[in-house]
Design a protein around this ligand. Sequence first.
Ligand code: PLP
Length: 405
Amino acid sequence: GSRFEGVEQGPPIEVFQLNKLFIDDTFKNKVNLTIGAYRDENGKPWVLPVVRRTEKQMAEDESLLHEYLPVLGLEQFTSASVSMLLGEDNPVIAEGRAFGVQTLSGTGGLRVGAEFLNKHLKYTTFYYSNPTWENHHLVFMNSGFTQPRSYRYWNAETRAIDFDGLIADLKGAPENSVIILHACAHNPTGIDPTHEQWEKIADVMEERKLFPFFDSAYQGFASGDLDRDAWAVRYFVKRGFELVCAQSYAKNFGLYNERVGNLAIVMSDAKYVAPSKSQLTWIVRGMYSNPPAHGARVVATALTNKHLFDQWQVRDHIKQMSSRVFEMREALRSELVKLGTPGNWDHIVNQIGLFSYTGLTQRQSEYLMEEYHIYLLRTGRINVCGLNPGNVQYVARAINDAVTK
Ligand code: PLP
């Protein structure tokens, strides 16, 4: 016997399970559209040149030690992150009522932020979009929230946002509900509210006294423009909302495994900052004590060095990644149109970010995996940059077959 014999096998995490099936598949033309990571035009992962360069310099820099970081992280990194999110001229920064906590990527930001809201603001109800990134539910439940609810978001028929449903659900939410909002490039649908729709959402949230928790996993990666991708968060701040936002550098810096993130917090008055920081310190202390340094140093260096920042932002990296995604959206749609595949495929180019919610059914998605070795989530979500000029025709023909058979 063993003390562990009562431990039951848990369910697999779909996206990692499918990724593994892809890796083990020996078929020559297999295609991986599962996991949310950037791939270049040859289907290879891409370490951003800015990152490589900074890491090489860091390797030679004898002043860099492996001492513990402060519990709330590297100050240079958290302040650069808050500036990137809110815009460096944002008055809330000058007024000292915005600050950051370094976290274990975006997920860690959600986790620390949710525990803080639950423990110290006593919030218990959270709303996530239906559908959403599948981890929101678990992270919030593990943080102490007890009332999970969803708001309508996707209209499968129109393949667009169900805005009336969304507003109706927010109107029905109890006061102090925490509303998880995707800052840009909604995962998995790729559909964001328009500016006018964000204004309506803010109206209802203000009226119903709901609390915005932004999840910003794709700033810059979505449109190639940091300011455009931060529009919604900045708009809420301008409207006077207090809010929190989990920022991830996994996608926009390609630092998936370094777990570089920031929890940005905006308050109505600077006098609430010190007590909140002290409580956040205890939350982190009891969870992982202090954050890792490597990725935060890389990002802080790139964000604060003008030359590196320009290379990353203005001229090169994030534009290159987002443009490639746009090109592949165009390519997939045009192949499907050429093949005369039944249905309207405009949504593929209207959606933004890494993912397309194709509208393929579970059966069609499974058919693509079984017959064509094309791996995608069973909801029909594809990672668009798993496509490249070498496989997009193959994928389009397979989709055509799945839809028409
Ligand atoms: N939130 C959303 C909407 C995401 O899509 C992701 C990653 O796919 C994350 C959060 C968290 O990512 P990470 O913890 O790797 O930064």
